[in-house]
Design a protein around this ligand. Structure first.
Ligand code: FMN
Ligand code: SF4
Length: 518
């Protein structure tokens, strides 16, 4: 009998040896005369256990991890004998870290073969599109609006309103654009889902096309994601072969086609208008708004532009029901958020859960504190433009409004943890430097202000007229906040000012705290 073994092909798992483990298992099986079938999946998102390998049994998939080429033969023996092994983690779905999640968007990630439309369909795939094809445009838009889904790319804008604006625009051609630039520090959910369940993104974009009357879509993927580019291209080709892309999709009157475009490595190309410039073949410079992309977007046509996770949430909303999605969450943050735990953290990975979980729960309980074992001192949530939160704010629930009320943002759901060896003055300097390096240069507060910001914070670090220079940086931050054209210049003040506010002791000549630790 053939034994089926699941090994991730996810870039994160491959980086720690998943390909070598696959080869070692094949070799050990051949040597022992065992017939195995290896299915390459995405990752389940428990990155400290990668490469995590699963074997199909009558009781469900049994997981082992982390594997390497040395321990793979013994793990294979344990799989064959269904015997105990130190790396045996039990039934994968029962692993507590996975079991306590609410996986609506990531339900199939790490489970299915990302190259197989049949496997996707066998796990409820394309049910959302099937339903959407029976509905009118207005009915689809009503579902998306009722779900309460807000854009997962950073700004949290209601997806239903955006789609409705494009649906109401009249034009000879409309476009759907998927923002897969994923530039935020500590984030990897877009990459994971594109590599582990690419059809859910394709299905979400197709539903958007049907809803607003667009026949063409582009997925803009950052160049640093070659595995995701391969996965998306393979899935697009498979969807075309199966009749889910192209003309008369799913035997309906609708047509929809998709192409991947690869970015060239600029953070600002994740900003939607800059992304559109880049897609059109120009340098990524931010466009002034209005006009909104929903009216005048790609090639001057009405365009829906959404993040990967926003599109990936759509199939569940259409198949499981808007109410089922909206029943999760708190306040105006409905549904689930795929949260990415990163930085100096013990259990780093993808944790999808309903909005409302507190920052403390995420970092201390789910994340298990720091990897180094030292106390957690600061957490940056929402990428390089997000605020640094001290432990005193760990009661903040993961919710757009709750974070905004404390001058923070949840952005794309990235949580980056720092221990007590962090120097927050240097982090503030880094925030300004990041802005200076990544600025598209269109507006003065960002282009010049960030460079002056770096210089002034450096003076503070050197201990030069600290109080005066702190006031200069605060003034500069206000100019950037209110005078910048886009959120790169406009939000850089948040990490800088939060570092000032919550970690004031670090600003000045050589912080006493760090000197004492040396
Ligand atoms: C500097 C900057 C970088 C951004 N980078 C990304 C990104 O990498 N991915 C993303 O989806 N949105 C990014 N955004 C947000 C987009 O401009 C836009 O709001 C988003 O693509 C809309 O999709 P959503 O409504 O689904 O979130 C960025 C914004 C700014 C200002
Ligand atoms: S804020 Fe910075 S990145 Fe944004 S438009 Fe102005 S110069 Fe460009």
């Amino acid at each position: 009998m053939t034994m089926r073994i699941y090994i991730p092909r996810d870039a994160g798992a491959v980086a720690v040896g998943a390909d070598d483990v696959a080869a070692a298992l094949e070799q050990a099986a051949a040597a022992g005369g065992t017939t195995i079938e290896i299915v390459r999946t995405g990752s389940r998102g428990l990155y400290w256990l990668e490469p995590m390998v699963e074997v199909a049994t009558a009781r469900g998939r049994v997981a082992f991890g982390p594997l390497n080429t040395a321990n793979a033969p013994a793990v294979l023996d344990a799989m064959i004998a269904d015997a105990p092994h130190p790396l045996r983690l039990g039934i994968a779905d029962e692993i507590p870290w996975l079991k306590r999640q609410t996986r609506l968007t990531f339900a199939r990630c790490g489970v299915v073969d990302p190259r197989s439309v049949e496997d996707y369909r066998a796990h409820s795939g394309y049910q959302g599109l099937q339903r959407a094809l029976q509905l009118s445009s207005d009915e689809i838009l009503a579902d998306v609006t009722a779900s309460g889904l807000r854009g997962r790319g950073g700004a949290g804008f209601p997806t239903g309103i955006k789609w409705k604006t494009v649906a109401q625009a009249s034009a000879d051609q409309k476009y759907i654009v998927c923002n897969a630039d994923e530039g935020d520090s500590g984030t990897f959910a877009d990459r994971m889902i594109m590599e582990g369940d690419p059809f859910v993104v394709i299905e979400g974009m197709t539903i958007a096309g049907v809803a607003v009357g667009a026949t063409k879509g582009y997925i803009y993927i950052r160049s640093e994601y070659p595995h995701a580019v391969i996965a998306m291209n393979a899935a697009i080709a498979a969807a075309k072969r199966a009749g889910y892309l192209g003309t008369r999709i799913g035997d309906s009157a609708h047509s929809f086609d998709l192409e991947v475009r690869v970015g060239a490595g600029a953070y600002v190309c994740g900003e939607e208008t800059s992304l559109l410039e880049s897609l059109e073949g120009r340098r990524g410079i931010v466009r002034a708004k209005p006009p909104l992309p929903a009216h005048t977007g790609l090639f001057g046509r009405p365009t829906v532009i959404n993040n990967v996770l926003s599109f990936a949430a759509i199939p569940f909303i259409l198949s499981g029901g808007a109410k089922a999605y909206a029943d999760f969450g708190m306040g105006r943050s409905r549904g689930t958020m795929p949260i990415q735990l990163a930085g100096n953290i013990r259990y780093g990975g993808l944790f999808e859960t309903a909005f409302g979980v507190t920052l403390g729960e995420l970092v201390d309980d789910i994340g298990g504190g720091t990897f180094t074992g030292r106390p957690v001192r600061a957490v940056q949530v929402g990428g390089p433009l997000g605020a640094y939160f001290p432990r005193a704010l760990f009661d903040t629930p993961f919710d757009y409004e709750a974070f905004a009320a404390r001058d923070g943002l949840i952005g794309h759901g990235g949580v980056v943890v720092f221990d007590d060896s962090v120097d927050m003055a240097r982090q503030a300097r880094f925030a300004m430097e990041f802005c200076a390096v990544e600025s598209c240069g269109k507006c003065t507060p960002c282009r010049i202000g960030s460079t002056r910001g770096v210089e002034t914070i450096e003076r503070i670090i050197r201990g030069e007229r600290v109080a005066e220079n702190l006031a200069v940086v605060e003034d500069l931050c206000n100019t950037m906040k209110f005078g910048s054209l886009c959120a790169l210049g406009g939000f850089t003040p948040y990490p800088v000012l939060s570092a000032f506010r919550h970690f004031r002791d670090d600003f000045g000549p050589a912080p006493a705290r760090l000197q004492a630790a040396e």
